[in-house]
Ligand binder design. Structure first.
Ligand code: PHE
Length: 359
């Protein structure tokens, strides 16, 4: 039996096959149930033993050779398909990302990061507290008793208790000062931390929104004084505003939770309707501060005969408006993409005190 014609024919077809389907068609034609090679195998039964001794192995060898050629053909077709796909799907991982097109960091987030970086350098940790508070944390513990005018001055949002529950209502915290109390009760003295976060007051105009952001800070130790407070805030403002010659003015004031209390103004000018920090004849209030009232230390579980400390609170949004010249607070919370594009910060520029804050 001469198999060389069969061999030549099918190896040729396998070599010509351009895809897996045609390879499969060749396999069926040669090696399928009714394939040409399979039919030849059936003829072996009719042969004499001598004929069978040569024809059998020859047919088996042909069958194996064709099977191997088909498998190799399938593998190389798959390789070629993969290579073709990779050609169209290549990706240059050395290309830089495109953060400005992907989104930007909101000025409130940016300023929070900047402020945290600066106070971090000064040794302050960061604490957070709940936005829904009990009136004890928001008021009583801060030396603001029930009938104190501050409770109404702060335009508090009260929240209804459940039916039949006549405990005092929860409030949306009107300032970050309740986190002072939580920090003291948790960690005791000495203490040094800041608390950034959202606060709420029923108020709405160019410089007030019902939700805004504050930054609280406090330091408690055996010998903390107003001098430490002053140095700390001056150091902060110098670093934050990134302007030479920052000048602060401490003005006597009153808060129930500090004694003595001071409001801090920063020197500025309003030339041509444009606010400039660091020079000029105007003063702009930027924060409230003072020595923590003994009753507040007590509410925080700290002995006022042994410890004393300072505290301050400022508006993060207001800092952002001042530093970046943003005129209307309401726009901060409009989620207008054009505004965010204009005032936003590149996503990968993380502010650090040494690497630059707003560079
Ligand atoms: N809690 C005050 C406010 O919201 C700010 C403040 C904090 C003042 C700490 C003094 C000390 O206006």
């Amino acid at each position: 039996m001469d198999l060389s014609d069969l061999r030549g024919k099918y190896l040729g077809q396998i070599g010509d096959a351009a895809d897996e389907a045609s390879l499969e068609a060749v396999r069926v034609a040669a090696l399928g149930k009714k394939g040409e090679v399979s039919l030849k195998m059936r003829e072996l039964g009719k042969m004499t033993p001598e004929e069978r001794q040569t024809a059998g192995p020859a047919l088996n060898a042909l069958k194996d050779e064709l099977n191997n050629a088909i498998a190799a053909g399938k593998a190389s077709l798959a390789d070629a398909a993969l290579a073709e796909r990779l050609k169209t799907e290549w990706l240059d991982v050395t290309l830089s990302p495109r953060p400005t097109q992907q989104g930007s960091i909101h000025p409130v987030s940016q300023v929070t990061e900047e402020v945290t970086a600066i106070f971090g350098e000064l040794g302050f940790g960061v604490k957070e507290g709940p936005q829904i508070e009990t009136d004890w944390y928001n008021f009583d513990a801060l030396n603001i008793p029930a009938e104190h005018p501050t409770r109404t001055e702060m335009d508090t949002f009260y929240m209804k208790r459940g039916e039949g529950d006549d405990r005092p209502p929860h409030v949306l915290r009107t300032h970050t000062s309740p986190v002072q109390i939580r920090g003291m009760l948790n960690d005791g003295a000495p203490a040094r931390f800041i608390c950034p976060g959202r606060v709420y007051r029923a108020d709405y105009d160019q410089t007030h929104t019902p939700m805004f952001h504050q930054l609280e800070g406090l330091a408690i130790d055996k010998d903390i004084s107003m001098a430490n407070l002053k140095w700390c805030l001056e150091e902060f403002c110098r670093a934050f505003f990134e302007v030479e010659g920052i000048e602060l003015r401490f003005r006597a004031s009153h808060f129930p939770f500090t004694e003595p209390s001071a409001e801090v103004d920063i020197r500025c000018s309003w030339g041509g309707g444009q606010l400039k920090i660091g020079a000029g004849d105007d003063w702009m209030e930027i924060l409230g501060s003072g020595m923590i009232h003994p009753k507040v230390l007590q509410a925080g579980g700290i002995d006022p005969d042994q410890w004393q400390g300072f505290a301050f609170g400022m508006g993060i949004d207001r800092l952002a408006m001042l530093k970046y010249g943003i005129p209307d607070l309401r726009a901060f919370f409009d989620s207008d993409l054009r505004w965010l594009k204009h005032y936003g910060f590149a996503a990968l520029d993380v502010p650090t005190a040494h690497g630059g804050l707003s560079a």
